[in-house]
Ligand binder design. Structure first.
Ligand SMILES: Cc1cc2nc3c(=O)[nH]c(=O)nc-3n(C[C@H](O)[C@H](O)[C@H](O)COP(=O)(O)O)c2cc1C
Length: 205
């Protein structure tokens, strides 16, 4: 008699436990998913955003335009006082020499209204494994402390290369989000990847 009651009690306990477990699972499944990306989206989408980019042959400019089609953002294209040659080989050779010498090409005009922006989207071609020299000039002559920076790089194989490390080194007081690499030859079909990246870093809901 005693052992029968004990078995019935045990079965009741097992039944109650399994019900509690099932209810907990059902409750969790009905909760809205709260991922770090959606938390970031709630924070950054709608912040005052400026796209600053340099483009020698147009690929990085095209991505800047795609970003502007996806989100509300102003854009500034950096121009050097002395333009780089129109010839590809001459430009790569000059950029290599300048990179090795630590040269920073002067920009035509500094960006004077950075205070108005919380988020900077930085666009650069990959030049010899990192950002283009005009971007180095920008980062070394403008204070981006306190800003959130999202960077994309167009390239022909080296992807982001050392650009994220260089960005972090030059902007120690900024929040640096994940970068995006887009192959230069594929920029015309990059709109989807661009939107996905903007969502991931929290700039597009
Ligand atoms: C000076 C120079 C250096 C380059 N170095 C690299 C490189 O190291 N790795 C790479 O993948 N692509 C390199 N490229 C190719 C560019 O990154 C690529 O074509 C890019 O999309 C060009 O962007 P733009 O049209 O905005 O100038 C280089 C191009 C130039 C002009």
């Amino acid at each position: 008699m005693v052992s029968k009651q004990t078995r019935a009690d045990r079965m009741r306990r097992v039944f109650v436990k399994s019900m509690v477990f099932s209810l907990a699972v059902a409750a969790m499944a009905s909760l809205p998913l709260f991922s770090p990306a959606s938390a970031a989206a709630a924070e950054l989408a709608g912040e005052k955003t400026l796209i600053v980019y340099y483009s020698w042959s147009g690929n990085t400019r095209q991505v800047a335009q795609q970003i502007q089609q996806a989100i509300q953002a102003d854009a500034v294209e950096l121009k050097t006082v002395d333009p780089y040659p129109a010839d590809y080989r001459q430009t790569t050779a000059q950029a290599k020499r300048e990179q090795e010498a630590g040269y920073r090409p002067p920009l035509q005009s500094p960006i004077s209204n950075l205070d108005a922006y919380d988020v900077i989207i930085l666009g650069s071609p990959n030049w010899w494994g990192t950002v283009a020299l005009p971007i180095f000039t920008l980062l070394e002559t403008h204070d981006l402390t306190g800003k959130t920076i999202a960077m994309y790089v167009t390239h022909e194989g080296s992807r982001l290369g050392r650009s994220m490390d260089d960005l972090k080194r030059l902007c120690p007081g900024s929040t640096i989000l994940d970068g995006l690499a887009i192959r230069g030859g594929s920029v015309s079909s990059a709109q989807g990847d661009v939107a996905k990246w903007l969502r991931t870093v929290g700039l597009l809901r």
